[in-house]
Design a binder for this molecule. Structure first.
Ligand code: NDP
Length: 305
């Protein structure tokens, strides 16, 4: 008997390598708003492209979505050609979008009326982690749903953390990325200041990484990309700002003041306005800080910026 295909919606920067890992394990059906991208995916990784989300859900009881935000997930669910119209009872939506907890709870209730299950399952680990199958997934849902989802998520994940009921995966992911955004913005300020004060950037980074101020940004992103002057596009700055905004709303709803995260959210918005490029990568925030300070955080003698 052939295994039932898994459906995947949203072949973006991270969705593509996640879907490719699934295609390496068994049959997949994909749908992407821009059809050419779905056709390219099938030509490269196999499977087939559905004409509509509805057709995809009719072929696959388990569907994963990886879209910019929960609003786009609602869009692919709704309407005559939406996922909802295609599913038979017993379907399961795993939303790998970094989305909004309150919208996910509404989606879960709406799908439950059709006997379709839901879990929010946002990921961390970047496009490299998706390619390597080493992502972390934060899953909000019932124990039963997490058990059913685990073998599917293991196609691209090294760790799966059950964070609690629906919405908690998205809440934890948002706070994680709020910390990421904070580290980026504070390192951008700190390192440009140190370089301007005459400290060699590689020495500053070395000392910080041996000390208590280190983070994923200082240990991995700055050495790999900033010190070398390599600026690949892997994660849009606008998506990071969206995540920090979600974190601020999560904290507000919990009745917790978050002046620092609000400030980071505002600072990221100002960088996006300055760049005027919806596709700008998240580490462009450091490049903008360099330009403002008139210095470059590069290893002396390393690659040109
Ligand atoms: P991209 O911007 O690269 O891709 C977005 C995808 O969503 C594309 O397939 C796009 O289709 C599709 N899309 C956009 N709007 C709509 C819509 N209205 N209806 C249907 N489809 C739509 O994003 P990423 O792949 O980088 O990110 C996806 C999610 O994963 C986001 O929530 C992000 O925060 C999260 N994430 C991203 C990481 C990364 O490293 N990139 C890391 C961890 C999480 P089209 O091809 O037509 O534009």
């Amino acid at each position: 008997m052939t295994a039932q295909p898994v459906g995947f919606v949203g072949l973006g920067a991270i969705g593509w390598p996640m879907a490719a890992r699934l295609a390496g394990r068994g049959p997949v059906v994909v749908w992407n708003r821009t059809r050419e991208r779905a056709d390219s995916f099938v030509a490269r990784h196999g499977g087939r492209a559905a004409g509509t989300p509805r057709e995809l859900a009719a072929a696959c009881s388990i569907v994963l979505t990886c879209l910019p935000n929960s609003r786009e997930v609602e869009e692919v669910l709704s309407g005559p050609q939406g996922l909802e119209e295609g599913w038979a009872p017993g379907g399961l939506l795993l939303d790998c979008t970094s989305g909004e907890p309150h919208r996910s709870r509404v989606i879960a209730e709406r799908l439950a009326r059709r006997e379709v299950s839901f879990a929010d399952a946002p990921v961390s680990g970047g496009t490299n982690g998706a390619e390597a199958g080493t992502l972390v997934v934060m899953v909000g849902g019932t124990e039963d749903v997490v058990s059913r989802a685990t073998p599917v998520l293991q196609a691209f994940a090294a760790r799966i953390v059950h964070t609690g009921p629906v919405g908690t995966g998205h809440a934890v992911k948002a706070v994680n990325n709020a910390l990421l955004g904070t580290h980026i913005m504070t390192l951008a300020e700190g390192l440009t200041g140190l370089v301007k004060a005459g400290v060699a950037p590689d020495r500053a980074v070395e000392a910080i990484n041996l000390s208590s101020g280190r983070s994923f940004v200082s240990e991995v992103l700055v050495p790999d990309r900033v010190l070398t002057g390599t600026w690949p596009r892997t994660f849009r700055l606008a998506l990071l700002a969206k995540d920090v905004g979600i974190a601020c709303r999560v904290l507000q709803e919990a009745g917790v003041d978050a002046p620092v995260l609000e400030a980071v959210h505002g600072a990221l918005g100002a960088v996006i306005d300055a760049l005027g490029d919806a596709g700008a990568d998240y580490l462009e925030a450091i490049r903008v800080a360099e330009e403002r300070a008139g210095v470059a955080i590069r290893t002396p003698g390393g690659a040109a910026s």
